[in-house]
Design a protein around this ligand. Structure first.
Ligand SMILES: Nc1ncnc2c1ncn2[C@@H]1O[C@H](COP(=O)(O)OP(=O)(O)OP(=O)(O)O)[C@@H](O)[C@H]1O
Ligand SMILES: O=C(O)[C@@H](O)C(=O)CO
Length: 435
């Protein structure tokens, strides 16, 4: 089977976000977790999104994994490659976006790629190369407190310049406003001057359409999921896609309802607060996790009791910046994160074994830890809960039935997300397959 699009996502929620937009724009798409074996054949799909957990790993590891994903996607004929990173450009100065993009370009023998992080429906826009979250610059949006990759510079041309030895350029709104032809011409002119990475301004969906038309024939595109919502129309115009009746249909969801939250992003903190006003929840503290198994056992017992009473129930490590900093000062940044992620993975596998069948996970790294612990290999994408977050399903590993999973990016979703997600799932599995 020849793929139209092969995507490599640097975290699991980001992969789901992109897959969601591709499905909503009419592509048949599957999300695989990790690089599949060479023998795995994608069938009846136009796109595969390979979800990696490479956002916060050392750059060399991220490059090796991304190239291995590329090899698999190329072996299945992908016409275009999409490197998906966060709409808030999450990475450290020594981080992975530049090195991975450079390595992919080299392997694809291509001289240039666009960088389009914007996702306007979720308030991520780029103007004069500066990334905004709503009406705030990235570095004043709360992202400056991110536990793993605090974002302290909104100027993406400058920031990416720290991550690549190659020149970084800009396609400004002024250029985009002249249409796809002018934008293509601008990119070509930059390429002639050796500009390898082009940060693209994007204010709205129309800008995404212009960009998609300008780059549909380039071997590599990079960005957030916004570009993924615009590319399928360009593929259709080229006759590469068949019409699909309902690419987001899900099976009936069963089992009890659990929320695991390891995200400390602003949106998640308000979702945790809102959930706790209506349903039971228990917090996990990395300092207590470091002392032994007792703390995790208590959380598990609490969740089990409330799941038996009907659920939904929440287990959360989500904490405000001061508490996160205190844990990191005592344990180190990596160790604090690992303790929480390990605990979330353990809870997920134990509680799913006991009957949880509907699971919401908040946070990309947290989602990576949870789906790895659950040994989930592939996700079918269903209807959307909020922009960027669909319900997905995977076969249960050790028994019959399906596990319904919603992997929520830290800053996505309305305040009532953790509660409404289960209502949306009920509606989806009652036969209304699109939210
Ligand atoms: N109380 C805490 N103290 C220190 N670290 C924590 C705490 N709670 C969670 N963490 C860690 O913070 C990190 C949060 O990253 P994660 O990717 O899960 O969320 P996010 O960044 O909000 O989501 P996304 O990447 O989807 O935007 C994880 O490594 C998690 O283990
Ligand atoms: O692009 C986004 O904001 C999300 O899909 C994401 O990557 C968060 O982890």
């Amino acid at each position: 089977m020849t793929l139209v699009l092969g995507a490599i996502a640097d975290d699991f929620t980001g992969a789901t976000d992109l897959a969601n937009n591709l499905v909503r724009a009419g592509m048949r798409c599957v999300q695989v977790l990790g690089v599949p074996d060479a023998s795995v054949e994608p069938s009846d799909v136009d796109a595969v999104v390979v979800a990696l957990k490479s956002r916060s790993t050392p750059a060399k590891e991220a490059v090796v994994e991304s190239l291995s994903a590329l090899e698999w996607l190329q072996a299945h004929g992908a016409r275009q490659i999409f490197f998906k990173y966060c709409s808030t450009f999450d990475s450290t100065e020594a981080g992975n976006i530049g090195p991975v993009a450079d390595a992919l370009l080299e392997r694809l023998a291509s001289g240039q790629t666009v960088m389009v992080p914007a996702f306007p429906v979720n308030g991520r826009t780029v103007y004069q190369g500066h990334l905004f979250v709503g009406d705030r610059l990235l570095n004043e949006s709360g992202m400056e407190h991110h536990p793993l990759n605090p974002m302290t510079d909104a100027d993406l041309v400058r920031f990416l310049g720290h991550q690549t030895p190659h020149p970084v350029g800009l396609a400004s709104r002024h250029v985009l406003s002249q249409g796809a032809g002018a934008t293509r011409g601008h990119l070509d002119a930059l390429a002639e001057r050796g500009v390898r990475h082009v940060i693209c301004d994007t204010l709205d969906e129309q800008d995404l359409d212009v960009l998609a038309e300008a780059v549909v024939d380039t071997p590599l595109v990079t960005g957030g999921s916004g570009l993924g919502q615009a590319l399928p129309e360009q593929y259709r115009r080229r006759g590469w896609l068949e019409p699909v009746a309902d690419p987001g249909r899900l099976a009936r969801a069963t089992g009890s309802a659990l929320v695991l939250s390891g995200s400390c992003s602003r949106a998640t903190l308000s979702q945790v607060k809102h959930f706790l006003e209506h349903h039971p929840g228990i917090s996990l503290d990395p300092l207590a996790l470091a002392e032994g198994d007792e703390h995790l056992a208590q959380a598990q017992a609490f969740a089990r009791e409330h799941l038996a009473a009907g659920g939904p129930v929440l287990v959360y490590a989500s904490a405000d910046p001061e508490r996160v900093k205190a844990a990191q000062a005592a344990l180190g940044v990596a160790r604090a994160g690992e303790l929480v992620e390990h605990a979330m993975g353990q809870l997920a596998s134990r509680l799913v074994a006991e009957g949880v069948g509907r699971l919401v996970v908040a946070g990309g790294e947290t989602s990576g830890a949870v789906v790895s612990a659950l040994r989930v290999r592939e996700l079918r994408i269903g209807g959307q809960i909020d922009p960027g977050v669909p319900w997905t399903q995977s076969p249960m590993i050790d028994r019959d039935g399906v596990l319904s999973l919603a992997l929520k990016s830290g800053n996505f979703g309305a305040e009532d997300f953790f509660i409404r997600a289960f209502e949306v799932l009920d509606a989806l599995s009652a036969g209304e397959s699109r939210a």
